[in-house]
Design a protein around this ligand. Structure first.
Ligand code: HEC
Ligand code: HEC
Length: 409
């Protein structure tokens, strides 16, 4: 009785406050909790996405130079939680069958094990799905194999509207999401009120994707112990250390075709071939800073995909594709923009003997005599390079509940 009375007074007070607010005053939202436990399984306190204890190897350089978080969309725990629900919600596709996660599966490092993904009506995507790990630290900001999205906020709205992937319009997405009561508390907590807008959907999805970090692989333990990719890691086998030296080019300093040039950002003075790289260098973000051509085909007609050239209409951009993140690469097969390679052995064989003379072949892969550069690795070296690539697997990330499907089937 007493409790009801108190509740009554609080209700009256809130009503009075609400109605006496001037227009420019911020109205503290009354969040309707509701019981949606039959729909999704979310913790009462949101998971931690925003205050991450990054290892020391995630240096100032990484945050100052590579972080693509815009000023108006910092990660919050409630924002990323909303993003997680949107990411896993099949209702975001026209016939309620496909979610983002249908083609970006956590157990496969947020890619799709199929060569081409399958959209809402059974159609195949043009290219192989992409790895979303550490997307926050892609210097160029641009997304997709051909860089056609300028920012992550722009990118996340594109699959929703894609004819093959999810088949929606943005108006339809907004009305669909508004029609589900289970989104009301999520929007209210993330953005202060439960009004659904395209902008909020884009921001929340981008927050969730930026929150997908990997720093718990065997490689991370080694780099934290040594802070130097050029010295042997104490936790590595001899084979893995050999593979690391092939990757970082220590064994072939005369050739600039080593993997590190393209797969570890442009930070040359800091890291390349220095036996004492600055403690502030990037040695943890395994993406490039640009698009490139690695001579998969003689020309771009091989798979009728001109990559970046289709977006810019510049001939020199033909056949150029984004250097993707190779974190969790052991799990993200098949490989390349068209998913042509199934195993890491095939990828390594490509760089060892099969690089072709594409007109736009990267300078890093051309010999002084203008022929395509082949690393010509021995069997032992090839196996070592594959072993090294597998040290980038992060079991913690792929089994972390905060990235998993929140829906109760
Ligand atoms: C039907 C499969 C499919 C669905 C559904 C899908 N994706 Fe993708 N995703 C892909 C493919 C394929 C690519 C590469 C396409 C390209 O580059 O042309 C990709 C690329 C991306 C990238 C670019 C990564 C990078 O490093 O550049 C991001 C980010 C992404 N998807 C997020 C999402 C989000 C968010 C959703 C849901 C709103 C979503 N995807 C839905 C298949 C899918
Ligand atoms: C000239 C820059 C460059 C060099 C050097 C280079 N790569 Fe790549 N790598 C790329 C690009 C660009 C792609 C994507 C190509 C495509 O799909 O068309 C790629 C793709 C890959 C992939 C597949 C990624 C995925 O998700 O599909 C792996 C694995 C890989 N490279 C490993 C290596 C290794 C190992 C080396 C050293 C032997 C190396 N790369 C050297 C630029 C480079």
């Amino acid at each position: 009785m007493y409790k009801i009375f108190i509740n009554r007074i609080i209700y009256i007070l809130i009503t009075i406050t609400l109605f006496s607010c001037k227009e420019d005053e911020i109205i503290v939202p009354i969040i309707e909790e509701g019981d949606f436990s039959a729909i999704y399984n979310l913790p009462s306190e949101p998971f931690n996405y925003s205050a991450i204890n990054f290892p020391i190897t995630f240096t100032n350089f990484v945050f100052e130079e590579l972080d693509n978080t815009p000023d108006n969309n910092h990660i919050t725990n409630n924002g990323a939680t909303l993003g997680r629900v949107l990411f896993y919600d099949k209702n975001l596709s026209l016939n309620n069958t496909i979610s983002c996660a249908s083609c970006h599966l956590q157990e496969f490092g947020f890619t799709d094990p199929r060569e081409k993904s399958i959209g809402f009506e059974g159609g195949h995507t043009r290219r192989n799905s992409m790895n979303l790990t550490n997307s926050r630290f892609y210097l160029k900001e641009k997304f997709f194999w051909d860089h056609r999205a300028s920012t992550l906020e722009e990118q996340v709205l594109m699959p929703l509207q894609d004819d093959i992937e999810m088949g929606m319009t943005l108006d339809l997405v907004v009305s669909r999401v508004s029609s589900f009561d289970y989104y009301k508390p999520l929007f209210a907590k993330a953005f202060g009120n439960d009004i659904v807008t395209t902008d909020k959907i884009s921001k929340a999805l981008a927050q969730f994707i930026r929150s997908i970090y990997s720093f718990n692989s065997k490689y991370d333990v080694g780099i934290e112990a040594t802070r130097n990719i050029f010295v042997d890691f104490p936790n590595f086998t001899a084979q893995e250390n050999l593979g690391k030296d092939i990757f970082n080019g220590k064994l072939t300093p005369e050739a600039n075709g080593s993997c590190v040039f393209c797969h570890m950002n442009d930070n040359p003075s800091e890291i390349h071939f220095s036996t004492t790289p600055s403690l502030n260098a990037n040695q943890v973000i395994f993406t490039g800073t640009r698009t490139d051509n690695i001579g998969l085909d003689e020309d771009s007609r091989g798979d009728s995909d001109n990559g970046l050239g289709e977006i810019t209409n510049i001939e020199a951009d033909n056949g150029q594709f984004k250097v993707p993140s190779i974190r969790n690469i052991e799990l993200t097969s098949p490989y390349m923009h068209d998913g042509r390679f199934t195993t890491l052995e095939e990828v390594v064989e490509h760089y060892s003997t099969e690089v072709k003379d594409h007109p736009q072949l990267s300078d890093h892969l051309i010999n002084p005599d203008e022929t395509p550069r082949h690393l010509n690795l021995s069997e032992e070296e090839k196996a070592a390079l594959v072993a090294f690539l597998k040290t980038l697997t992060d079991e913690v990330m792929i089994s972390d509940v905060k990235y998993s499907d929140p829906f109760v089937e």
